[in-house]
Design a protein around this ligand. Structure first.
Ligand SMILES: [Zn+2]
Ligand SMILES: [Zn+2]
Length: 125
């Protein structure tokens, strides 16, 4: 009975964490989610573990920016624009025809592309 209660709590926490990431468009870190859910008293390690398992399951994407792992609820192929001042990250669609630019060295089958443009956003100009 104890284990049932525990697994129920884990499921509830997992839902809260997933909803929190999906609600945000700013590609949060595990710490951002931890702070957002502070009233639910979910540990930072649990938040991180849950987010990592969601990435493994294909529910989220993750990428590194400035030495931090950012989580992304948009799992279709897309690019990012990052403000180099405030580190805000926006999603942008990849231009049509991007696949024609695929490089080939005869060694690797390309299965994805990771493109980031950088600039200064309106708030920081
Ligand atoms: Zn900015
Ligand atoms: Zn994104």
């Amino acid at each position: 009975m104890i284990s049932l209660g525990k697994s129920r709590r884990m499921t509830k926490q997992r839902e809260l964490i997933l909803d929190a990431v999906i609600d945000r468009q700013d590609h949060p870190t595990a710490k951002d989610i931890f702070i957002q859910l502070s009233e639910h008293k979910i540990g930072l390690a649990t938040v991180y573990r849950q987010l990592s398992s969601m990435v493994d399951e294909g529910l989220l994407l993750s990428f590194e920016h400035n030495g931090e792992t950012r989580f992304d609820p948009l799992t279709s192929n897309h690019a990012h624009i990052i403000c180099s001042q405030c580190n805000m990250i926006w999603d942008v669609n990849l231009p049509a025809g991007i696949n024609r630019l695929e490089p080939s060295n005869g060694q690797i089958v390309i299965d994805g592309v990771d493109i980031t443009w950088k600039g200064i956003c309106q708030n920081c100009q």
